[in-house]
Design a protein around this ligand. Sequence first.
Ligand SMILES: [Fe+2]
Length: 155
Amino acid sequence: MAFIKWQDEFLVGIPKVDEQHRKLLETINDLHLLLHTRVSPEKLKDIVFFLNEYVVEHFGTEEALMKASTALPEKLRERHFREHRFFVDKIQEFTGTLETESANKKGYLLDIFEFLGHWFADHILKIDKETAAYLRQDRELRNKNEEESLPHGNG
Ligand SMILES: [Fe+2]
């Protein structure tokens, strides 16, 4: 897999989520660069540390929106949460093998790189987009309700 440039077609239309996705893509590209250089154990730790923070923050954002959603079908929500749990488990696995794997840094990095690349294509560009379409409906509905509850008169 090659370096991936951010494109508008990656957008799901929810600015906070898009910003987080963009950050993940930066990390994927960082990993791509690292595969061609000498990697320090500190750098590896930084990446794994980032991924641990990322799952808490980013899945926190998406899951809060999904829980609050009235438009999102229950089945889709369940499937989405399941995919997140799979990702969290995998990051925990990478974290657990961080110390032992540092003897073979390139293989370890490549595993993370490929995992994140697949995640980007198979989760973000699929179920995240599918879900965001419903979350945007929630937002539109909310905006409409707010507009209606505003006092009329001043033009
Ligand atoms: Fe997601």
